[in-house]
Ligand binder design. Sequence first.
Ligand SMILES: [Zn+2]
Length: 280
Amino acid sequence: MSDPAALARFIDAHPRLFVLTGAGCSTGSGIPDYRDLDGGWKRRPPVTLQAFVADAKTRSRYWARSLVGWRRFGRARPNGTHAALARLEADGRVEVLLTQNVDGLHQAAGSDNVIDLHGRLDTVRCLACEVRTPRGVFQRALEALNPDWLALDALDAPDGDADLEGLDFASFRVPDCEACGGLLKPDVVFFGENVPRERVERAEAHLAAADAMLVVGSSLMVFSGYRFARAAAHAGKPIAAVNLGRTRADDILSLKIESDCAATLESALLPLSRLRERVG
Ligand SMILES: [Zn+2]
């Protein structure tokens, strides 16, 4: 049996899927990921919440790199993986789609029932008064304050970051909250930061209502995602994963497919839709 056929059988046997997605879904949209095939870091780990809050220069460096990185990140479009998962939801097979990605591409592809586990990069939040600003508005404020930085370009890094190095980041100006003067931060969960409890509980309730778990494009190396695989296994729910390379949950998977996410999902969903046409 080919891998997509095994996945088709898995999906057909479990009508309510708890879908968990990661960076591997978005690499096909031009957004790089952090992990190599072994689940190790490809690059320097991202900035921590502690460093971001404690040090103005760290914030300047973060936003200067983000000024450059956002220009392409903000324009990224969904790919075949996002489209296939949106179709799965339209077919009524998705209990919820929990994503570790912060790019909003599942929603852009038409998925409605999405929990953004790590938040969204297209929103900026004030750490003091919680006011939220669209990232596009904040981008224009950054550009207006830092005209000398507009000509710079660098290779894209994960999460809307760009590999800008060796510059005097202290000279980069970052606006504070217009309402209260507080520190502004992208509305994403940083490394070293906890996922809001309410969000975890909402996802756990969906997992309890699901028949099985489908992991797409995640190595599950980050505990905030891995915990759901552990919980699924604990509850006796089977887990299938489509991912290029190792996952932290390899020992508890019922089905593992190590190949391209978009191609695998597209071939797996094809027989299901043919079946539906025959039944309909
Ligand atoms: Zn504020």
